[in-house]
Design a protein around this ligand. Structure first.
Ligand code: SF4
Length: 376
C-alpha cells in the first residue's frame, strides 16, 4: 500500500497539475532548445503569472509553479507567443520525448521532428510513457526515464525497448516507424492495463518481437557543470532557479539546451560563479536530490530541501543522498546510496534503498552528519 496518490501522468502547459502552491505547468521545449528570447519570455511569465520559480525536471522539461486558475490563460497566451505551446493537450502529452542536449546535425533534428510528428498522430500511450533520443556521440540518457530508446549502438543506431539489454539495428529512416510499431505492440499485448504501464515492467511478462541482439554503446558518465563543447553546463540547486537568474543567463547566451540532469547547457564559453548557480563539477549540492516536499506538495509528509541542504556538505564524493517528501520518490525514482523517505513520524533511513521502502525512522533534527557517516 502506498501513502501517496499515483497520478500516472505528468503535467503539461495545457493540462497543469494542482499542487500545494498552486498549479504546476510543464513546458516541453522542442529539440531540448530555448532561444534567449524564449528564456526571457519564460522568466517574465514565471514572474507575472507564477511565483517566480523555474524548475528543471528529470525529463528535461521546464516547470513553472504557483500559477492560479486566473493566471493560467494569460500564461498560455504568453507561451504561445514564444512558440512553446502545442496545438492541444493531447498533442502535448504525446510529445513525451527526451533528446540528448548535446545533439547536433540535420539528421538528428529530422529524426526528432519526425518522431514529434508521428507521436501527434500516434497511439494513446500512458501519460508517463516516453521516448529517448540518445543520439549524441556518447550514450548519456540510460538513466533518464524512457520506454523506447533510439540510441547509439556499438556499430550504429539501435532501437531498444527499455529493460532489454540490446536493441535492433536501424537506419535513420527506419527508426521512427519502428519505434511507433514497438509502441503499438506494447499496447496490443496488454502493456497498459487501465491506461498505465511501462515498458520495462511489460518485458518481464511479454516476449518482445524485435531483435535485441545489438549492444548499446558504452554509457558515458553523467556530465557535470563546466565547459562542454562550444558552451558550458550550469547546474542549479535541486534544479531550481529564480526567474531573474534565467533572464540574466539569456543575456549571456543566445541559446540554451535543457538537460535531464538539473542543468542547462548554454551556448557561451563560461558563466561567472554567482548565488544560485552551480559552476563547479565538485559542488556537493550535485550529490543531493530533494523533491518539493512540504509545504509545496500536498502529498508531502515532511519538508525536504532544508534537510538536504544541511546534509549536502557531508555527502562523500561519488555518493548520492536522496531526501523524499513521501514514498513516491519524484526527485530520484531509483535507488540512492542513502534515501531518506518521509513518514508521518520522520524519515525512514534507507541505505542503498529507494523512497517508499521501510527502515528505521528518525526525526529530521536527529539526522546528523554522524548519521550520514554511518550510513554511507
Ligand atoms: S515525492 Fe515529493 S514531490 Fe513527489 S509526491 Fe511525494 S512529496 Fe510530493
Amino acid at each position: 500500500m502506498t501513502d501517496f496518490a499515483v497520478k500516472g501522468w505528468c503535467p503539461g502547459a495545457l493540462r497543469p497539475m494542482v499542487s500545494g502552491d498552486g498549479l504546476v505547468l510543464r513546458i516541453r521545449p522542442r529539440l531540448a532548445e530555448l532561444t534567449a528570447d524564449q528564456m526571457r519570455g519564460i522568466a517574465e511569465a514565471a514572474l507575472v503569472h507564477g511565483n517566480g520559480i523555474v524548475e528543471l525536471t528529470a525529463r528535461a522539461n521546464v516547470q513553472l509553479r504557483g500559477v492560479t486558475e486566473a493566471s493560467h490563460a494569460p500564461l498560455l497566451a504568453a507561451l504561445d507567443r514564444l512558440g512553446l505551446l502545442d496545438p492541444d493537450a493531447q498533442s502535448e502529452s504525446h510529445r513525451n520525448v527526451v533528446l540528448t542536449p548535446f545533439w547536433h546535425g540535420a539528421e538528428v533534428e529530422k529524426l526528432a521532428r519526425d518522431l514529434y510528428a508521428a507521436l501527434r498522430k500516434g497511439p494513446d500511450l500512458p501519460g508517463k510513457f516516453g521516448f529517448a533520443l540518445d543520439l549524441g556521440p556518447e550514450r548519456l540518457l540510460a538513466g533518464t526515464s524512457a520506454d523506447i530508446r533510439i540510441e547509439a549502438g556499438r556499430k550504429g543506431l539501435i532501437l531498444r525497448a527499455d529493460g532489454a539489454v540490446g536493441g535492433q539495428a536501424v537506419s535513420a529512416a527506419e527508426a521512427v516507424p519502428l519505434a511507433l510499431e514497438m509502441a503499438e505492440w506494447f499496447l496490443a499485448t496488454g502493456g497498459a492495463p487501465g491506461g498505465r504501464g511501462r515498458m520495462a515492467a511489460h518485458l518481464a511478462r511479454a516476449v518482445l518481437p524485435f531483435d535485441a541482439s545489438q549492444a548499446p554503446a558504452p554509457l558515458a558518465p553523467t556530465p557535470v557543470p563546466g565547459p562542454r563543447g562550444d558552451g558550458c553546463l550550469i547546474g542549479f540547486e535541486f534544479g531550481i532557479l529564480r526567474a531573474e537568474v534565467l533572464a540574466a543567463l539569456a543575456d549571456l547566451a543566445p541559446m540554451a539546451r535543457v538537460t535531464p540532469w538539473r542543468m542547462l547547457w548554454l551556448n557561451c564559453p563560461s558563466v561567472a560563479a554567482q548565488p544560485g548557480l552551480i559552476t563547479a563539477g565538485d559542488d556537493p549540492r550535485l550529490r543531493v536530490f530533494a523533491c518539493t516536499g512540504a509545504p509545496g506538495c500536498p502529498q508531502a509528509l515532511q519538508a525536504t530541501r532544508g534537510l538536504a541542504r544541511r546534509l549536502a556538505p557531508e555527502v562523500p564524493v561519488g555518493k548520492v543522498l536522496h531526501v523524499s517528501g513521501c514514498g513516491k520518490g519524484c526527485a530520484h525514482p531509483g535507488r540512492a546510496d542513502l534515501t531518506l523517505s518521509a513518514t508521518p513520524r520522520g524519515f525512514a533511513l534507507l541505505p542503498q534503498g529507494r523512497a517508499g521502502e521501510l527502515g528505521p525512522v528518525l526525526a529530521p533534527a536527529d539526522i546528523t552528519f554522524e548519521t550520514l557517516r554511518k550510513a554511507l
